[in-house]
Design a protein around this ligand. Structure first.
Ligand code: CO8
Length: 261
């Protein structure tokens, strides 16, 4: 499939590959317009449905993961248009449907919708030059794709309010300390690290990987007792898989496991 605003490729040497998606509007700092978000949604769903792909890595370029929603495109929208067309949810919710792990590799700015897209991913790996912010308040709006909801869950109310109300940007070290990102690495090692993490996950049992992602995400959608019940049911279900038998037998036999492919 030919895309105009993103680049895609399959990466890796193992039986399961990584689906790599690069946001590719460099002149606009990867500002997110409808076409880009439509293409991103299509690419995510295509990799998710591809039995040869274990993990997806989403990245930008060295200056920008994404500088937010495309302001030039949305400046003339009115309430009627945004409401009727369900601006944002038409193509911004796709990430939630992806069952395989999605890793954001963030260098440069992740602002507004860019920060929100990173937060939709399952893990965020940041280059040491990464900057995160929610500047919507400075252009007369509020975050619209999860900034007021996922940010406080990630870093707590006090820090989230600071970022959302004052347009405070944080650097990679702060994002790491505050729990917004999983790891920080030197900028020139970003893709090696993200693809290495993906490759590690690709080597595991796919059913348990998808179930683990589902269970962690459930923690944000349910009470503790419901979440614990859900986790326990998934744990029990794993005993119906060949990967459970192989994984445990391999441990006992002191050999690498050969999971189903
Ligand atoms: N939209 C459109 N164009 C952009 C955007 C953007 N968000 N960000 C940068 N650009 C363009 C600039 O207009 C400029 O274009 P040109 O060369 O034609 O003038 C080019 O990218 C380079 O930008 P700068 O010259 O400004 O480069 P600097 O290095 O000086 O600054 C910054 C880079 C810091 C990223 C700066 O451009 C900036 O502050 N950008 C805007 C950041 C912002 O406010 N983002 C939030 C947008 S609102 C949002 O994301 C709401 C999300 C809600 C949910 C989703 C709804 C769809």
């Amino acid at each position: 499939m030919a895309y105009e605003c993103i680049l895609t490729e399959r990466v890796g040497d193992g039986a399961l590959k990584t689906g790599l998606i690069r946001l590719n509007r460099p002149k606009q700092m990867n500002a997110l317009n409808d076409q880009l978000m439509d293409e991103l949604g299509q690419a995510l769903l295509a990799f998710d449905a591809d039995a040869g792909i274990g993990c997806i890595v989403l990245t930008g370029n060295e200056k920008a993961f994404a500088a937010g929603a495309d302001i030039a495109a949305m400046k003339d929208y009115d309430f009627s248009h945004t409401y009727r067309s369900e601006y944002i949810s038409r193509n911004w919710e796709t990430m939630r449907r992806v069952r395989k792990p999605v890793i954001a590799a963030v260098a440069g700015v992740a602002l507004g919708g860019g920060c929100e897209v990173a937060m939709m991913c399952d893990m965020v790996i940041a280059a040491d030059n990464a900057k995160f912010g929610q500047p919507e308040i400075t252009i007369g709006v509020v975050p619209g794709a999860g900034g007021t909801q996922r940010l406080p869950r990630a870093i707590g109310k006090a820090k989230a309010m600071d970022m959302v109300l004052t347009n405070r940007w944080i650097n990679a070290a702060e994002a790491d300390a505050w729990g917004l990102v999983s790891r920080v690495v030197p900028a020139d090692k970003l893709m090696d690290e993200a693809l290495g993490v993906a490759e590690k996950i690709n080597g595991l049992g796919q059913i348990s990987v998808m179930a683990a992602k589902e269970a962690v995400n459930r923690a944000f959608e349910s009470s503790l007792s419901d979440g614990l019940w859900y986790e326990r049911r998934l744990f029990h279900a794993m005993f119906g898989t060949a990967d459970q038998r192989e994984g445990m037998a391999a441990f006992i036999d002191k050999r690498p496991a050969k999971f189903e492919r």
